[in-house]
Design a protein around this ligand. Sequence first.
Ligand SMILES: [Zn+2]
Length: 288
Amino acid sequence: MHRLIFRQKVGMVYYISICLSLLLLVNSAYTLADVAVTTLPKSSLVPGGIAVIPTHAGALSGRYRNQRITLANFDGEQYAIIGIPLNAEIGSQQFDLSYADGHSESLQFSIEFKEYIEQHLTISNTRQVNPNTEDMVRINRESAKMTRAFSSWDDSLTPVFSMQAPVAGIRSSSFGLKRFFNEQPRNPHSGMDIAADEGTPIYAPAPGIILTTGNYFFNGNTIIMDHGHGLISLYCHMNTIDVEPGTVIRTGDQIGRVGQTGRVTGPHLHWSVNLNNTRVDPALFLTE
Ligand SMILES: [Zn+2]
């Protein structure tokens, strides 16, 4: 009797383990494929824009400039959603798609010139314009941490590409502006600035999970949020951070308050949105 029960148990364990491995097999194939979405970002074929391109096929994964790209299924059609870097050369761009049967193909799209105007800002803390050696060690460490976060990929989250502005305020600086601090040229503006009084609540523009928080040399109090499948957002210069890494966020949840920490000329939120580890124009996600 005991032996029979034992044999039945072993049989059951064997059966369950086969089911589990089949499930894992199906799941691993599934996690490579596209994600069903209800909205797409606006397509803008310029440096700093987004290429939203129908693939006319069910690709499993895609790459552009050595970075994994988002593949989304919208209304029964598969789209590659590609962040185009501000330093991309005008003309033909290539990305690669891989398929379940092992074959891959290259597709192309073309980008046009866009003029981004200059912005000249005066920073009273000159160390924030010309950091010393010690500052540079910190800046490099923080930059590596942010690059790691921007490269994150979470298959469990469904990206929402139509966003609401994270704070009610005046857009004080747009994405892509050629920046001069104290008349010295620096990197172009990688996000959107919304000016508001210190303490104004900042709300999540889309659902996600908090990847990391911290205090950074240039960015001040900062949150990085993962929205899934390579869509990641950044919030800087905050007065307070009201969330922790791992917090699950719904659209409209308060994540912090506007401040003036880090390199600023006044209280504002610096908001940036990333696709395939590339900073793109946040305005392309706004619904209004
Ligand atoms: Zn900014």
